[in-house]
Design a protein around this ligand. Structure first.
Ligand code: 4NP
Length: 161
């Protein structure tokens, strides 16, 4: 499959595709609409364990409390072709980035870390809330919002420059 349009396209990638990357996708989707930016957004995981499943219920609740709807999300695993389809393939953490770099095998977009790509200085790795408590999910929402603010600033700069 080839890239389907000229609008910028971003694939957000974590491990399971049930917490961080679907959250970042939902936040980005909503804020890009609000910002009037036409962007193709998707998310996936490097792992296969949760393929076809919805977002983690704890993530769903924390996102919903902040106004983001993850109810339609279904997890999928990254494919080699994704590097050709998407302009940017953005990993949530360094382990995801290493896995993506191996899978890419030298063709298409070079994967990068989401938070530094979006201009967030610290942390570089988006902490995985999966094995933690409810606070981690709330913090994930705030960090995703920070990252998406940077993503929008970068897309605006690209559009204008
Ligand atoms: P995510 O979180 O990568 O942000 O979706 C995780 C989801 C599932 C697992 C680990 C992290 N797991 O080990 O199943």
């Amino acid at each position: 499959m080839l890239k389907s349009s000229n609008k910028p396209s971003i694939l957000l990638v974590c491990l399971g595709n049930i917490c961080r990357s679907p959250l970042a996708e939902a936040v980005a989707r909503q804020r890009c609409v609000e910002a009037g930016l036409d962007v193709e957004l998707a998310s996936c995981g490097t792992g296969h364990w949760h393929v076809g499943k919805g977002a983690d219920p704890r993530m769903l609740r924390a996102a919903a409390a902040a106004g983001y709807d993850l109810s339609q999300h279904r997890a999928r695993q990254v494919r080699a072709n994704d590097f050709v389809i998407y302009d940017w393939v953005l990993a949530m953490d360094s382990a995801n980035l290493e896995d993506l770099t191996v899978l890419r095998g030298g063709h298409g977009a070079s994967p990068e870390l989401f938070l530094p790509w979006a201009g967030v200085g610290s942390p570089r790795d988006f902490p995985d809330p999966y094995f933690g408590d409810v606070d981690g999910f709330r913090e994930a929402v705030a960090l995703a919002e920070q990252g998406v603010d940077g993503l929008i600033a970068r897309l605006r700069a690209n559009r204008n420059g």
